[in-house]
Design a binder for this molecule. Structure first.
Ligand SMILES: Cc1ncc(COP(=O)(O)O)c(C=O)c1O
Length: 486
């Protein structure tokens, strides 16, 4: 059922609704052709750093081999193909549609602003200076690469009576600066904002991790920063509110939760398009926001591929990530979408239970609709009004979800499941006590799914769980629930 929801605080429908019916895997193999007038064409007119030979070498089939001569016809053809591949990987279409999902459902006045942003984003991606600065920031400021950690005791815990079971690895995004994957995207987008001359950053946060990451990036780059946060979340994630303020950002409290903070942040940005930049923390919103976030988070999957190759000389068999709105899941999955032998598993929040009405399982229980400028699965009632989400993992509470994940659900490339608050709390404690690692409650949802996943896997299967953040912020919540249960 397609429902075009129109609650208050939501961007109006309209804009470009062109749809592409081809599955993404097929589209990516077609020659790239940008529609006339698209930002791709405009971007192509401007000077662009050449794609390096090493980028081309990565794409070459193993059988080609040999050193690359940048003047040879074969190399130039490969370079052209690499640009095509990169452009296609960046986005499915210039309107940002993933099948029927995504798009730019915004008032006309915003279209040109979003198109300019897309063009600048593509230029930055092909600018060697920008890429070099970003690589330095990711290494020296963020602390990448994050380790791929073999969780020996967790692995032992899931062995069957014959001592067999999968091997479990954690991608340690909890170890990066500010304690979650959010910084990968925040620092990159803050650099993009600075590059295009914006002075002021506006962002919304739920769990506070994106708020802290954005405030830190803004301090480093000398940008003014305003973070919108829902009143319900300010109480639950108080430590992060203090950090955001200490980092020099302004916190604006909005009645409600993350979705309300997001609406208010977008409204604030729209009121000052010339100097402000809306720094989206997750892969939702109008195109190109989901693509920008996905692209800047894809470092997670790229590192995972390299580290798996180094550790066991192969690929992971299964990737598991929690799904709030989609940025850590896509950050890990995107690199592997074409590797059909790698299972992609997203875990949503079933809250108090999928039938309780108090959950955030948008892909499991939502209907298609439009919210915050794009089409995706959405928690909504019969009249298209938003149903407030619930999860013990505050960062999972959003009624929509990434359009790209919505598409991966529909075409069956990724699998999605949901775990309850209690299951996530158990997983938090399990990781604390078996590995001495305290995961964010959001990431605990991905860990909780191991209970159902592991018994069905082959001996020695390599499972990588995205430990998307650290759980200091959740220690009191977990402790309190523990006390109440005893
Ligand atoms: C640690 C952590 N993991 C996951 C999420 C969920 O967001 P996303 O689905 O965009 O990764 C959040 C959101 O705040 C978070 O803080």
């Amino acid at each position: 059922m397609i429902m075009a929801s129109s609650p208050r605080n939501v961007f109006l429908q309209g804009g470009n609704t062109t749809e592409f019916s081809e599955p993404v895997l097929k589209l990516r193999r077609l020659p790239f052709s940008a529609p006339l007038g698209s930002p791709y064409i405009k971007a192509a007119d401007r000077p662009r750093a050449p794609i390096s030979c090493s980028a081309v070498a990565d794409k070459m089939p193993a059988t080609v081999g040999g050193a690359l001569d940048s003047n040879s016809l074969t190399t130039r053809r490969l370079m052209t193909q690499t640009f095509i591949d990169q452009a296609e990987l960046m986005t499915v279409s210039s309107t940002g549609k993933f099948g029927r999902f995504g798009g730019k459902f915004v008032p006309e006045t915003l279209i040109s602003c979003l198109s300019k942003l897309e063009a600048e984003f593509i230029l930055a991606l092909h600018d060697e200076n920008f890429q070099e600065e970003l690589a330095t920031a990711l290494r020296d400021y963020v602390g990448r690469e994050s380790p791929l950690y073999f969780a020996k005791r967790l692995t032992d815990y899931y062995k069957n009576s014959e001592g067999k079971g999968p091997e479990i690895y954690l991608k340690r995004e909890d170890l990066v600066h500010t304690g979650a994957h959010k910084i990968n995207n925040a620092i990159a987008q803050a650099m993009l904002a600075k590059r295009i001359g914006r002075k002021r950053i506006v962002a919304a946060t739920g769990a506070g991790q994106h708020g802290v990451a954005t405030a830190a990036a803004c301090a480093k780059l000398s940008l003014e920063c305003t973070i919108f946060m829902g009143s319900a979340d300010v109480g639950r994630q108080g430590a992060n509110v203090l950090l955001i303020k200490n980092l020099g950002a302004q916190v604006k409290v909005v009645d409600g939760s993350f979705k309300d903070a997001m609406s208010e942040a977008i409204r604030n940005w729209v009121g000052d398009l010339e100097t402000s930049y809306f720094l989206s923390g997750t892969a939702v919103g109008p195109h190109p926001c989901p693509t920008i976030v996905r692209e800047f988070q894809s470092v997670i999957g790229k590192e995972t591929r390299k580290q798996a190759e180094e550790k066991w000389g192969g690929k992971p068999d299964v990737l598991v990530a929690c799904v709030g709105s989609g940025s850590n899941a896509l950050g890990m999955f995107h690199e592997f979408i074409r590797d059909e032998d790698v299972r992609l598993i997203g875990v949503e929040a079933a809250g108090v239970g999928l039938d309780s009405g108090a959950h955030s399982a948008t892909l499991a229980r939502g209907d298609v609709g439009v919210y915050h400028g794009s089409m995706s699965y959405l928690l909504q009632d019969e009249e298209g009004q938003i149903i407030g989400p619930h999860s013990i993992g505050v960062g999972l509470e959003y009624p929509g979800v990434s359009p790209e994940l919505s598409f991966l659900k529909d075409n069956g490339r990724a699998e999605f499941y949901a775990v309850t608050d209690d299951e996530a709390l158990d997983a938090y404690r399990r990781l604390c006590q078996l590995e001495g690692i305290f995961p964010a409650l959001e990431a605990s949802h991905a860990l909780a799914y191991l209970e159902k996943l592991c018994p069905g896997l082959e001996d020695g299967a390599k499972v990588v769980v995205n430990c998307s953040g650290r759980g200091d912020k959740d220690a009191a919540t977990v402790y309190k629930h523990n006390e109440e249960r005893v």
